[in-house]
Design a protein around this ligand. Sequence first.
Ligand code: AMP
Length: 404
Amino acid sequence: MSPTRVLVLNSGSSSVKYQLLDMRGGDRLAVGLVERIGEETSRLKHTPEGGESREWSGAVPDHESALKAVAAELAKDGLGLDSPELAAIGHRVVHGGRRFTEPTVIDDAVLAEIERLIPVAPLHNPANLTGIRTARDLRPDLPQVAVFDTAFHTTMPESAARYAIDVETADAHRIRRYGFHGTSHAYVSRETARLLGRAPEDVNVIVLHLGNGASASAVRGGRCVDTSMGLTPLEGLVMGTRSGDLDPAVIFHLMRVGGMSADEIDTLLNKRSGLIGLCGDNDMREIRRRVDAGDERARLAFDIYIHRLKKYIGAYYAVLGRVDAVVFTAGVGENAAAVREAAVAGLEGLGLAVDGELNAGRGDGARLVSPPDARVAVAVVPTDEEMEIATQTYALVKESGNPA
Ligand code: AMP
């Protein structure tokens, strides 16, 4: 029988997250992560399906050691990388530029192209590449597939993808809006169609991926037509630590008047802005607790967050013309009823509302939170980027007749 397991690797600069999935029934055979790679106090947490988590702490100097440690943990459960059941390894790659519109089997030319994109994704692509190279060294015979965060957004029309700056300058530096969180937007928009009992081609959806990073997308008939992140994941919504949209002149002002360097401003906007910059907390649970306790700064941070969200809902409503569903996903979107309620408050004229009881209720799966007679569905759909990466990886290796 042909192999049916896919190992999904999400390699960050100092972490590797992984999941081993069996594509026959969608079982998660193991999940885990290695954190603080390169420090003395690296940590590995591994949870086999139906079993107890195992944790381990010590020095993991680099990604190669991290992947070897992961392989060793998997082997303890009889799920080692040498298993004949393993069909492929699927890698999350953040930036695929314009070239990668689909998941792609990795060869030397693909690696070179991902490397060529480093200038537009300096934080992410190098770590993704290290993960790929290490995995290839461990199992050179196994198909390795890159699944790009940007791919789902490559269907955006030029009118949405281009910034209104000099065309030659933009093209010389590959400056355009690429968008991110694509695997999540793809998965969630498709699951929303399923929840509505309709084909993805027939529905228009606004997806609000609200996690520590946050992005919105307008999806028409299963294809992305606009998204809020741009050249980098800094544009768009207010996020945990990122500013989202701002007047670009703020940057010149900080340079000329504030005496700050480009790197300092980069850190300010990516790490010390958004919710944490506004109120000192980036966890929505803590912010809501403070709001409920009457904290003014937390209230203002929450209001700014919601105001921006509403602007994007309105904008994407206009972009799509007809909207069948507004769907909330990721850590904040799936869990924070107060965010969902505030985001659609006052939008009854657009056919948008939440039912208080449904919205406050909890549930594991995809669910509607709008009143039964609502013109536009409001839904909560848990995202599953690993499953989407595994699904795309497996489909590709099966199609190319290439499972190991
Ligand atoms: P993610 O990036 O999708 O993992 O989302 C992480 C964020 O989700 C955290 O920083 C919290 O702000 C938020 N979050 C997680 N659980 C809850 C919850 N129960 N209520 C509100 N926000 C939550």
